[in-house]
Design a protein. Structure first.
Length: 161
């Protein structure tokens, strides 16, 4: 997706507004528009990334990501893989099975850069989006008994659960 057309439209709008105001305003507007171009691009990219996040909520477990190709954004859509896997072992009767179509929640996760790279590599190897990979990995970890706990007792999450 090229942003040049949008940035040019904004530039022409500034020019049209400054023409009405007079010569002094036109000179100031011309001097301001060029430095604002990078800021406008950044704001547009942020809006596209926010839109991709909202779309991802509707696509879960698929996802949409915005990547830069040169200076232009590009959308990458990852759909949930259609892999037939054997049925997982039954969950204990006290825990209802997860609802794949259930509500989706957002968590702001900020791993160290080296861990983020490893997460992205692992998700790529599995052909999954980072979000899907993290969701599956966390679900699997929570289904494992915690060290020092009986095998029939699942982790309840949290530091003290």
């Amino acid at each position: 997706m090229e942003l040049d057309g949008y940035v040019d439209r904004l530039r022409s709008q500034f020019a049209a507004i400054s023409d009405v105001a007079g010569e002094d305003v036109r000179d100031v507007a011309e001097r301001l528009v060029t430095p604002l171009e990078s800021t406008v691009r950044l704001v547009l990219l942020e809006a596209l990334a926010a839109a991709a996040d909202e779309i991802t909520l509707d696509l879960a477990p698929g996802s949409v990501h915005v990547r830069l190709h040169g200076s232009d954004p590009e959308f990458v859509v990852a759909t949930a893989p259609a892999v037939s896997t054997p049925e997982p072992p039954a969950t204990p009767a006290t825990t209802p099975p997860p609802d794949p179509d259930g509500p989706v929640a957002r968590i702001n996760f900020r791993p160290p850069e080296h861990l983020k790279s490893r997460i992205e590599e692992a998700a790529g190897r599995d052909g999954l989006s980072v979000n899907t990979w993290l969701s599956r990995t966390v679900a699997a970890a929570l289904d494992q008994p915690a060290p020092g706990r009986p095998a029939n007792e699942r982790s309840r999450g949290g530091w003290f659960g």
